[in-house]
Design a protein around this ligand. Structure first.
Ligand code: NAD
Length: 420
């Protein structure tokens, strides 16, 4: 389907085909499972500070509505396309199903570099995007959340715009919003925390001592910075490499991640932090470490560098960081590299978003301890299911995770039947 013509969509389809073959899914069901239910493209005119009007392209893809409303983040990134959005929505479907959440997957966003907009322009763009989406989203239809390039403030603008239109506060239309307007405790940290919970489970299984282990983390945004801080300050792992879109740093003696966070909060990026530790960003992923966490963009582990990875655990904080040709290489290296696939590894975000939505619908508040405890229980269940399935069927962790997700969606579709 040419509207999805994009490398990332092709990658998501290739991954799906592997699972469809493994599960022996009838050809009649494959397209129905794979292609999005609905895709919306919108043009967003915005008054710029210099008096001009600029138009931006926005998207929202709702992958399937079989198990409940769709749920998914909103990405503000310059290269965003309909195809990439559709791929991300598809991954969300398998992720939600693996965690047994009553959602289909969605994703949306705007092709824009948010760092190039003033606050006024960013607010105008965010509000216009939500305004255009009002006919297509709702607390029981499609619930938005944050992703790369968006944050709590943007979620607050989304919620406000939707609520002004309805005439009353609808906090459950978005997740990842500030606690002051109905956000949940623990959402901001949820994805990174979940990543580290699963890394600790893997270390435990592999009998690795955290105090003697090292980590490299690519990306120092929401997921990467929380994972880095939690690994360093809670698990006792030495963080020896970090990076963002401006720089990559490596120091075998360890990096002061707390100071890196302070620098980030002040400047908005890592540029000019510990300049003596700078390395080539492409090299960072193949430097020796025990734990490698790609937590930035997709397709950074490819057929070219997969054979060179020198980690024991590969924890996919980002969505789609490993290309299918890299997967083939990593499958050969299954006894050297323990992979925690994205739809399991970064599921903490959508799980706590689900808690936020449930709290919003019930006008009820949970404590951070309740949120974190419930999060870890779900991750524990998913983790053991994936490990068990992979062992029993001698398949990769990614195949096991995706197969559990795809199977649940297929079962629900078959049970509901096809209308008319
Ligand atoms: P973010 O915008 O908060 O941070 C992204 C980080 O990646 C920034 O530090 C940025 O500088 C860095 N980056 C961008 N391009 C880079 C590159 N080429 N090399 C190195 N670093 C680069 O985004 P986020 O919310 O942390 O999301 C990161 C990844 O995690 C994305 O793939 C996203 O889809 C996924 N994810 C996020 C959540 C969530 O709750 N935020 C949940 C699940 C999955």
């Amino acid at each position: 389907m040419h509207i999805y013509d994009d490398d990332v969509f092709r990658m998501a389809c290739a991954q799906f085909e592997v699972i469809a073959e493994y599960l022996n899914i009838d050809k009649n069901h494959r397209d129905r499972l794979m292609y999005p239910k609905r895709s919306i493209a919108v043009t967003l005119p915005v008054h710029m500070d210099d008096g001009s009007t600029r138009t931006f392209q926005g998207y929202r893809v709702q992958h399937h509505l079989t198990l409940g409303p769709t749920k998914g983040g909103t990405r503000f990134a310059p290269t965003l396309s309909m195809g990439e959005t559709a791929a991300l929505a598809m991954w969300m479907s398998w992720k939600c199903a693996l965690a047994n959440l009553p959602y289909g997957g969605a994703k949306g966003g705007v092709a824009v570099d948010p760092s190039k907009l003033s606050r006024t322009e960013l607010e105008a763009l965010s509000r216009r995007y939500m305004q255009e989406m009002i006919p297509f989203v709702g607390p029981h239809t499609d619930i938005m959340g944050p992703d790369m390039g968006t944050n709590e403030q943007i979620m607050a603008w989304f919620m406000d715009t939707y609520s002004v239109y309805q005439g009353y506060a609808v906090s459950e239309i978005v997740t990842g919003k500030p606690v002051t307007i109905g956000g949940t405790e623990g959402r901001r940290e949820a994805t990174g925390r979940g990543v580290v919970y699963l890394i600790e489970r893997a270390m435990d299984m592999l009998k690795m001592d955290p105090e003697k282990s090292t980590a490299i983390i690519q990306g120092f945004g929401n997921v990467g910075s929380v994972a880095a801080l939690s690994l360093a300050l809670k698990s006792g792992v030495k963080v020896i490499g970090i990076s963002d879109h401006t720089t990559a740093l490596y120091n075998p003696k360890g990096i002061d991640v707390k100071a890196a966070e302070q620098h980030m909060l002040k400047k908005g990026h890592l540029r000019a932090f510990c300049e003596d530790d700078r390395v080539d960003p492409n090299e960072l992923l193949i430097l020796p470490c025990d734990i490698l966490v790609p937590a930035a963009v997709d397709r950074v582990i490819t057929g070219k560098n997969a054979a060179q990875l020198k980690c024991r655990i590969l924890a996919e904080g980002a969505n789609g960081p490993t290309s299918p040709d890299a997967d083939l290489i990593l499958e050969q290296r299954w006894d050297e590299i323990f992979m925690i696939p994205d739809i399991l590894c970064n599921a903490g975000g959508v799980i706590v978003s689900y808690f936020e939505w449930v709290q919003g619908l019930q006008s009820f508040r949970w404590t951070e301890m309740e949120v974190t405890d419930k999060l870890f229980r779900i991750l524990e269940h998913s983790f053991s299911q994936v490990i068990r399935r992979a062992k029993e069927h001698k398949i990769s962790h990614r195949t096991a995770a995706m197969a559990i997700g795809v199977e649940r969606v297929l079962r629900a579709k078959s049970t509901r039947g096809l209308f008319p």
